[in-house]
Design a binder for this molecule. Sequence first.
Ligand SMILES: [Zn+2]
Length: 437
Amino acid sequence: MDAELLEPGQRIAALTGLAPAGDVGGTLAFADGLIVDAGADARAAGRGEGAGERTAETVDATGWIALPPLADLHAHLDKGYTWTSFGQPEGSLDDAIACWIDHGENHSSDDIKAGARRHLVAALHAGVTTVRSHTNYHLGDDPLRGVRALIELRDEFAGIVDLQIVASPGSSDGPDDLGRAAVALGIDLIGGFPHLAEDPRADLERNAAFAEEFGLGMDLHTDETLDAASTGLAELAARTRHWPAGVIRSAGHCVSLSMQDAETRARTLAAVAEAGVSIITNPLTNLYLQGWQHPVATPRGIPPLREILAAGITLAAGGDNVQDPFNPLGNADMVDVASELVVAGHLTPAEAWHVSSNGGRAAFGLPPARGRVGDVADVVLVRAAHTAEALAERAPDRIVIRDGRVIAVRRRVVSSVLDLRALPTPPSAPTSEGALL
Ligand SMILES: [Zn+2]
């Protein structure tokens, strides 16, 4: 069958005619949820089907490329789509936090769940099958309503979008009752914001000790400031370097790294690599929130991505905010994030896609999905000639395949254009009434 005809639920034995992109080109064969040798696709066809499932098809994917599925490692699902209802604010990180505090009490459980669900559905259609989301303790009655909403969605999307939920022990100068309740509800990782605390080192220690108490990993907002003196990343590396290899430790943002001298950066990145800390860059939100106080030579607020990769550190990316006070323009599509990693972060298109897919999977603790024999049978089909075109055009047509089965299809068809030849010929000398600006 032709790829044009694919619909969710269709099992696939093999994709043929793929244009080369990354490790994949020509034929990609699937069996039992894994990539298999293309020569084995005849044997693979029809296998792995349960009762009532459709026959696995060989699909002509001419005109498409198969890329690793996208992974958004820094989201705030509980904040999504609030920019309008929260008063259409603009400004810095401090302004966004103040707006959140002003309006947060009215953000109901239903609002949170509706926004988070819309975000996950949009992400899925874009080819995102892995999401790590932070959540706040919400103001007013029932501060755990965000945690509960995300846990319900984690169950609802199980097997389609893998979701990790991050929550802090509680405010840095208060009790940790909320954190304990969130752990009891089933969050995955401990979060925090040491750079916003009065004593960042003490707050890091509190977060790390809390994570250790429950045997959980940790993902901290780290150095989300242009102040070069903010050295939370180095402190996080020092604090977690003795943690067992399988325990997640991630640092989101790492903005101040971009303001530090080369020697400091090199020293910090060596320690981060040795400690096994992954870095998660959030270019859209940092480009938006940082730099408001620097009208001349405005800094980008993006960490030195190529230096991070060269140091051997796992680098992932996040969309961070979707149409909320922290960024009015996010859209849950990691292709927009990857594009920014090229334009503002100076990675190649292939590097940017890797960071936005397998980099995220590694930070999440998932096996790679490179399209190689033995990898999971997860790809996103993109109608494009190559990776750069997929990013440049924001590749509207995508088909998301997981475990060898189509789980989402997105089609954006341009249905018609104006027939320019049918336009009346303009007068050669327009009258003053008819002139346009
Ligand atoms: Zn964040």
